[in-house]
Design a protein around this ligand. Structure first.
Ligand code: NAP
Length: 325
């Protein structure tokens, strides 16, 4: 098969499109002819082997990155009902990696693609969608909340804005640049702001009039997270899911105590609850099939995985980034 292989940690160009041996399904596994595979920002950080940034352990090289794939079962392993062959499936755990034409997965990790849902929407939801729902489950927003979402035009951000809008919360979406801000506004955010503008947080405070932010959902970290945190009313909540800026932001414990603000690292909670993942994956797929959540995708041909990484690293993407074999 053709796959994207990393032989040396470093820049995006190190991702090479090559021919590698076809994976074969073992007992209890299926093989998937991949139609769409997901890419994560953290994979760009792993590819570059960045130091001082929280990320999963680096793989041994050569490695095929990724793991979330949607496609058609083309082979079944020993002990698997042959009727699985030909079915459209999606998994978060494709091996030896997702950036490939073929991937094998344990049957227990596989979901049927709900009817009416394409491969791209299914693969966009299986990890990024389920993570969004888990993040919201931790954050527990209510209709009366004023919620500030950072990276609001991103994979998680767009889905969070939709969910919060439908919940009846007041949604403030912050994103970088006019095009992303317009996308956030189109999603129905009550307020969409460009947080690349230095005084963006002042504009948010002004636009909200007398109301204050009660909940921040942040995946960016750094100065943007700090400015978002400072908008939170006494008694509010700050929930983080990551640090896209590669800059950690830790609210000052004394400020948290004095102002009655709670700070929660949702990512640590999610990592500690792997048993919840299949349930949230299934829910994310169902919510999308039923039209309640609509993922946006930005697709690149598989052989252009390096361009996909470069686009993610330069903040040039919106929605979920996919590779299409
Ligand atoms: N997707 C998941 O399943 C998942 C799981 C666990 C954790 N997370 C974390 O949650 C956060 C959001 O994830 P996502 O998948 O939805 O990503 P994403 O928002 O689709 O992509 C990254 C976005 O982060 C913003 N960003 C700000 N500073 C950046 C920088 N220095 N470099 C690159 N991007 C920067 C950019 O949006 P602007 O231009 O609008 O700033 C960029 O488009 C990330 O921290 C991610 O690591 C995601």
């Amino acid at each position: 098969m053709r796959a994207v292989v990393l032989h040396a940690f470093g820049p995006a160009e190190n991702l090479r499109y090559e021919t590698v041996p076809d994976p074969m399904p073992g007992p209890g596994q299926v093989r998937i002819a991949v139609r769409a595979a997901g890419v994560h920002l953290v994979e760009t950080m792993m590819r570059a082997a960045l130091e001082g940034v929280a990320m999963p352990p680096l793989p041994d090289l050569p490695a095929i990155f990724g793991g979330e794939v949607a496609g058609t079962v083309d082979l079944v392993g020993e002990g698997v009902d042959p009727s699985w062959a030909g079915r459209d499936v999606v998994t978060s755990a494709g091996r030896p990696g997702g950036y490939a034409e073929l991937a094998v997965a344990d049957l227990g990790s596989v979901h049927r693609v709900p009817s009416g849902l394409g491969y791209e929407a299914a693969v966009a939801m299986v990890v990024t969608g389920s993570t969004t729902l888990q993040l919201l489950d931790v954050a527990r927003p209510v209709a009366g909340d004023v919620v500030l979402v950072t990276s609001a035009a991103g994979g998680i951000g767009r889905l969070a804005v939709q969910y919060l809008r439908d919940l009846g919360a007041t949604v403030v979406g912050a994103a970088g640049g006019p095009a992303k801000v317009a996308a956030v506004r189109d999603l129905g955010a009550d307020l969409a702001v460009d947080y690349d503008e230095p005084s963006w947080h002042k504009a948010v405070a002004e636009e909200l009039g007398g109301r204050a932010v009660t909940l921040v959902l942040d995946g960016v970290g750094g100065d943007k997270a700090r400015a978002a945190f400072e908008l939170i009313a006494d008694g509010g909540r700050y929930v983080t899911i990551g640090a896209a800026s590669k800059q950690d932001f830790q609210p000052d414990p004394e400020t948290l105590r004095a102002r009655g603000i709670t700070a929660t690292n949702a990512l640590l909670i999610l990592i500690g609850r792997p048993e919840d993942r299949p349930r949230f994956e299934a829910r994310a797929l169902a919510e999308t099939a039923e039209g309640r959540l609509v993922p946006a995708v930005q697709s690149f041909p598989l052989e252009q995985a390096a361009a996909a990484h470069a686009a993610l690293e330069s903040r040039a993407t919106t929605g979920k980034v996919l590779l299409i074999p």
